[in-house]
Design a protein around this ligand. Structure first.
Ligand SMILES: C[S@@+](CC[C@H](N)C(=O)[O-])C[C@H]1O[C@@H](n2cnc3c(N)ncnc32)[C@H](O)[C@@H]1O
Length: 356
């Protein structure tokens, strides 16, 4: 080469940007493996399995299954090692604990729900941003009210839906229950408390507390499936269930302490006002309200999972996530005092306040 010509070298795409672009493909590889029960097949096998074994168990395509399994290895969800001239696969510890059906920490029901709902609804995020509305009609051709009975059309599907609420709150409930000292309260009502996940955590930390879970009939009728054993939760008899509607104060059981966990972020501003004014009406003087939600940083630069969740609320419920100051304003507007916010866990924080 005689002379070096000057030319422009294109910029390499930053790996950070590439990872952001790729994120949905990683999620989908995980969702597909869960949906196909790859982790369950590996767990129920008595020894590590080849891709051929798993292909037979799934009645799938060998090359495609091998590619998925190798991707799961790179994602640290599977492990693989060579025996003779064959690669064998097994679950990683994380996959066994969170991605198999029979594990008490299983997150599969939530993943199934995400795979069937928000995965598609996020595909219409552009429309949600342009219109500022939820995307049920555009995504599924029907409203949320019509979609749910359609999705939960069998006992098993209903159980999986409630199972999603349960597994999503399992650890976070314990973290929230001890984040604030609630020992002064003897009676508590968990409004929209689903199958009682937080209620059982509360009665572990506060054995003197009687907790009523108040929810709509479909949740209450399935709650017995999620009752922990006496060994796991010795105070479980302190938890009871009542059908009620937090928009109808006359149906809300009376208590000294109310809980709203992952409820307020689901609703539009006017509905949030209605729920809070109903809780205020039902509370005796000195009574408390514990809100379990993710809290945004005041400058709204993070946490990233909470910002993403607020976009999820935009596409799916019409609600939103808030900062601690926004919760304070909201609660004080309704007459609550002593509002304190506490960071608890990356999927759930706690806000506590009282009625004078
Ligand atoms: C997102 S889930 C939260 C469940 C639970 N609190 C948790 O933290 O996992 C919302 C719950 O509110 C309940 N819910 C919805 N509308 C309600 C109403 N009008 N009155 C009482 N509960 C309601 C739902 O059935 C569901 O169990």
């Amino acid at each position: 080469m005689s002379e070096t010509k000057k030319f422009q070298v294109p910029s390499p795409i930053p790996e950070k940007l590439y990872r952001l672009i790729d994120g949905f493909r990683l999620s989908k590889a995980l969702f597909a493996a869960c949906e196909l029960e790859v982790f369950d097949k590996l767990r129920s096998a008595s020894s590590p399995q080849s891709a051929d074994d798993i292909t037979k168990a799934l009645s799938s395509d060998l090359d495609a299954t091998t590619r998925l399994m190798d991707t799961l290895v790179a994602m640290e969800l599977l492990e693989k090692f060579k025996q003779g001239d064959q690669w064998l696969y097994s679950n990683s510890e994380m996959a066994t604990k969170f991605l198999t059906k029979d594990s008490p920490d299983s997150y599969l029901d939530m993943i199934a729900l995400i795979n069937k709902t928000s995965y598609f609804m996020f595909g219409n995020l552009e429309s949600a941003v342009l219109e500022g509305t939820t995307q049920w009609k555009k995504t599924f051709g029907m409203s949320a009210e019509d979609w749910f009975p359609n999705y939960c059309n069998t006992e098993e599907a209903k159980l999986r839906f409630m199972g999603a609420m349960h597994c999503n709150s399992l650890y976070a409930s314990y973290a929230a229950a001890k984040a604030i000292d609630l020992s002064a309260y003897r009676s508590c009502c968990d409004l929209g408390g689903a199958v009682g996940t937080l209620a059982y955590a509360l009665c572990q930390f506060y054995p003197e507390m009687k907790v009523t879970v108040c929810d709509l009939e479909p949740a209450v009728s399935l709650a017995h499936h999620f009752r922990p054993s006496v060994e796991a939760c010795p105070n479980q008899a302190n938890v009871s269930f009542a059908v009620g509607d937090f928009f109808k104060p006359e149906t809300i059981p009376k208590a000294e302490l109310y809980v709203l966990s992952h409820v307020l972020h689901d609703w539009s501003e006017d509905k949030v006002d209605l729920i809070l004014s109903n809780v205020y009406k039902c509370l005796p003087s000195g009574g408390g309200l514990l809100i379990c939600e993710r809290i945004l940083n005041e400058d709204k630069r993070g946490p990233l999972p909470t910002l993403i969740y607020s976009l999820l609320m935009l596409v799916s419920t019409g609600g939103k996530e808030r900062s601690a100051r926004e919760y304070k304003h909201l609660l004080e507007k309704h007459g609550f005092i002593d509002v304190q916010a506490k960071r608890v866990y990356f999927t759930q924080d706690a806000i506590f306040c009282r009625k004078m």
